[in-house]
Each structure stands twice: as C-alpha cells, then as structure tokens.
Design a binder for this molecule. Structure first.
Ligand code: UDX
Length: 442
C-alpha cells in the first residue's frame, strides 16, 4: 500500500519505518525541514534501539521517503496517518491544534477517496472533529470525495518500539465503515504471523478511549504499588517481597508493579491528566485517576526526602553522584523524568550533582536541566563517584545493575547508596557495608 504518515515524532517515525519494512511504500511528512533533511541522510532525531539501521535500509530500498510536502504525497496515497503531537494544554487537556491543522490540510489537498487514520493519542470525539474539519474544506472546494476517519491508537513503548510494532500484542482499529476496516486489516495482517485474531475492531469512540484506559490502568498499577511501598516502609515490611507475593497470583501478574521514583515519559503523565480532564468535562470527578496522578507527583520526591533525612535540610557542600537521567532505560527521553525533579530539589537545597546517563546527557544539558546550576556531566558512572557523598540511582540501565561495588566504596566519601529503582540485593549491600536506602523498605 502507499502510505503517508504525517508527523515524524516517536510514533510517526517508528510506524512509518515498520510499515516500510513490511513492504509498503511510505512517505513520512514533517514541517521541520531540518529534521526531514537529516532523516533523508539517515540521521535519527531520537535514540531507539534498532531504528537507525531500519530507516537507512528502507531509505536505500526506496520503500521509505521523507518530505515536507503533504499535498504532493496525498495524490498517490491509500491511507494517511495523522501522527503529530498532542501536547498537554494549560488546563490539562490534550491540545488538538496540530491534529486539526493536519486535517485541514488533508481536506485542502485530497483529490481521491482516502482513509484518514488518527494514530496520535487523542481524546474521545477527536475523529468526529477531524471528519468535520476535512468535510468543511471539501465543501469549500465544492468536492464530494468519499473518505473515512479511523482511530488506530499506538501502544508501543520507548526502548522496545520496533519489536512492539513488528510483533504487537494487539492492534486496535476503530472504524464506522466495513471497507475501511478491511483495508486496515490487510495493512496489519503481515504483522501477525499466524492469524489476524489480534486485530481488535470496534467503534471509533471506544478505540479512542482504549488508548487512554490502557495507559491510565498501567499508571494506576504503578501508583498503587508506590503507595504500598510507602506503607511497607512505615509498617516494617519489604515491598520487594510483597511484590513477588502478589505478582504470583495470575490475576494480578508481575508486570508494572515495580515500585520506584514514579512514572515519567511522554504518555502516562499526559494521558492520565487528559483522561481526568475528559471526565471532568462530562461532569464526572474521576477520583482514582486523580489519585494516581497525586501519588506519582509525590513519589518523585521520595528519594530526595530520604537524602534530606540522612544529610539534613541544608545540603550546602554536599555532592551527589546521580546514575541515570532518562525516564526509563533504553531511551534518551527525559520528558517528565523523576531525575529532573530530584536534581532540582537537591540543587535548591545547596547540593552539587555529578551526573551520568548512557544516552540522555545531551537532553539534560541542553534542555531539561539547562538552567540548573551545579550539575557536572561525567563520561562514565565511576567518574561521578570521586568526592561524592552518596550515589543516587534513578534509571535502571543494565550497566548500573552489577557495578564494581568495591570501586564505589573506595571512591565515595562514605559508602551510601540511594536507590530509586530497587536494583540491588540487600545481602550484597550489607556484605560491602553500604548504607542502602531503597523504595518501600526501611
Ligand atoms: C507507555 C506505554 O507502556 C505504552 O504502551 C504507550 O504507548 C506509551 O506509554 P513508555 O512511556 O515508553 O510507554 O514507557 P513504559 O515502559 O510504559 O514506562 C513508563 C514509566 O513507568 C517509566 O517511567 C517507568 O520507569 C515506570 N514504571 C514502569 C514503573 O515505575 N514501574 C513499573 O513497574 C513499570
């Protein structure tokens, strides 16, 4: 099929590249000329394992193209995907200005029957707005062209984006037209090796809702577990043991019940807030969803509070080695990363920071911690240690899992570790003589 993907952010770029890999002819469109030029030359704006070689391979095979020209590409396209950003508006709702701008351009330029797919995470009712916007443009052009707006939310995770897309648990398609559903099924069937059972079809509004509910449910598991971790500490229980105890119940399961310094990233914080806002707009106060957000906001400070309990409110003259800045491993993404909040809090109290992250240091330096003083960026995890009063682990990169603890002990002023992701074994910590602070265990 001939596909146009509008927006070369995480979702657009990964989807476009994977569709091309499956043999479709794909053009990814973006208004950012520099980004498009870079992509044509195989320069990828994000770090995502496996993405760069796949982009290069498909550009070389001429199955993947990049362009700033939407109108020209719509001429030969079967399906147009809207994959532009839906940033959080000031009131917490998802801002649809980019989505509707793209819809307007589609309406201004389409010449033949088309399926328009909402791939961006958009609130319930957006497909109707996209349809109205396109229709309005067609009316102005006095054209009567058949088109369908389909909701096809994306569930990929950063760091695993390629495998999530190539081997999806499920693909949700919300459509009100059988032919459009059939076309979407044809597009996705090569991604399901043996059957097409994992393509779930439904009405458009339910599909739009499914994306928010999936993210809110996962965020709920995390916040619930973080709350349990805080209670465990108070009552003298160990959340690591409790986690295993409950996860073994197949009704509960092990995934997404890891306590930590709170969830971050581009999806959970934004989508939880937007779902709460949607409910509110319909006169419903979403209590559980609101609490999920409140617990997460507080959880980001749990590690900083432990540092303060150990070293006092005034951290002048103290230096901390921070391991990990990204909101999770295998990405350079720092959006809503707990590290931002924790580092700012410690620096405001007078501390200096020596930070290391395998991928996210440029993001931190040039953007997220740009205006934060007293942060030094180091070339390796060990370089952060010399002269530091404690090590603080904030992202569970594999390279932090089994470090040379002897070296840590030698280099740090005192053998103290604050672990925001519960990575280390208590017995090993005791053996080496570390003062070890973790989440959910005193
Ligand atoms: C998420 C969804 O998983 C994905 O389906 C959706 O399309 C986009 O949002 P992503 O933001 O890439 O993906 O990250 P994910 O791996 O889900 O982790 C989100 C956050 O939750 C991270 O900050 C992570 O550290 C945290 N987390 C996850 C926990 O604190 N505990 C857990 O048990 C799992």
């Amino acid at each position: 099929m001939n596909l146009t993907i509008i927006g070369t952010g995480y979702v657009g770029l990964v989807s476009g590249t994977c569709f091309a890999e499956m043999g479709n002819t794909v053009t990814c469109i973006d208004v950012d000329e520099k980004k498009i030029d870079n992509l044509k030359n195989g320069i990828i704006p994000i770090y995502e394992p496996g993405l760069e070689p796949m982009v290069k391979r498909n550009v070389a095979n001429k199955t993947l193209h990049f362009s700033t020209q939407l109108s020209k590409n719509l001429e030969k396209c079967d399906i147009a995907f809207i994959a532009v950003g839906t940033p959080m508006g000031e009131d917490g709702s998802a801002d649809l200005k980019y989505v509707l701008q793209v819809a307007k351009e589609i309406g201004q330029h389409m010449q033949h029957s088309l399926i328009v797919v909402d791939k961006s995470t958009v609130p319930v009712g957006t497909a109707d707005k996209v349809r109205e916007t396109i229709k309005q443009q067609l009316d102005e052009r006095k054209l009567d062209i058949d088109f369908h707006v389909v909701s096809n939310p994306e569930f990929l995770k950063e760091g695993d984006a390629i495998s999530d897309f190539m081997k999806p648990d499920r693909v949700v398609v919300g459509a009100d037209d059988e032919a459009a559903t059939r076309k979407m099924r044809n597009l996705y069937s090569p991604f399901f090796r043996s059957s097409t059972d994992r393509l779930i079809t439904m009405d458009v509004r339910s599909a739009e809702m499914t994306k928010y509910v999936a993210n809110a449910m996962l965020a709920t598991k995390i916040s619930f577990m973080n709350e349990i971790a805080n209670i465990c500490e108070l009552v003298g229980a160990d959340v690591n043991k409790v986690r295993i105890g409950i996860g073994s119940d197949s009704r509960i399961g092990y995934s997404f019940i890891y306590p930590g310094s709170g969830y971050g990233g581009s999806c959970f914080p934004k989508d939880v807030k937007a779902l709460k806002k949607t409910a509110q707009e319909h006169g419903y106060a979403a209590r559980i969803i609101g609490s999920v957000e409140d617990v997460n906001n507080d959880q980001k400070f749990v590690i900083a509070n432990k540092v303060v309990s150990r070293f006092g409110e005034d951290l002048k003259g103290k230096t901390f080695a921070v391991w990990g800045l990204a909101f999770k491993p295998q990405t350079d993404d720092m959006r809503e990363a707990p590290a931002i909040y924790i580092i700012k809090d410690l620096v405001e109290r007078g501390a200096s920071i020596k930070a290391y992250d395998p991928k996210a240091m440029d993001e931190a330096k040039h953007f997220y911690l740009k205006d934060v003083p007293n942060v030094t960026y180091c070339n390796s995890k060990y370089e952060t240690l010399n002269g530091s009063d404690a090590m603080i682990l904030l992202t569970e990169w594999k390279e932090f899992r089994s470090p040379d603890f002897e070296e840590l002990k030698q280099q740090l002023n005192q053998p103290i570790i604050f672990d925001g992701r519960n990575q280390y074994n208590d017995e090993i910590m005791e053996e080496y003589g570390f003062e070890y602070f973790q989440i959910g265990k005193k």
